[in-house]
Design a protein. Structure first.
Length: 91
């Protein structure tokens, strides 16, 4: 997979196949921290995980969202034929 193909995947992350791209400026969550993890495997396999840690005053909780992209992801949970965003909250 070329750099152009990976960037095209991220640019079109709202096309119904991948999770939507991470919202760093979410209106209901104050950004605390963010992390980008890039994985490269053999035979042109790759994955990117973006962690977004934020405080949601409406819920009164710190929430960790994980967005993921790649051509080797397996065992994903789906909702409405789209991979679900991983989310964990802590009060």
């Amino acid at each position: 997979m070329t750099e152009e193909e990976i960037l095209n995947t991220l640019d079109n992350s709202n096309d119904g196949y991948y999770c939507s791209f991470v919202e760093l400026g979410h209106v209901y969550s104050y950004l605390i921290d963010t992390r980008l993890n890039v994985f490269r495997g053999d035979r042109d396999r790759w994955a990117i995980g973006v962690e977004r840690l934020g405080y949601n005053p409406r819920a009164g909780a710190i929430i960790l969202d994980i967005n993921y992209f790649g051509n080797c992801l397996t065992n994903l949970e789906f909702y409405n034929e789209r991979p679900k965003l991983l989310q964990h909250s802590s009060n």
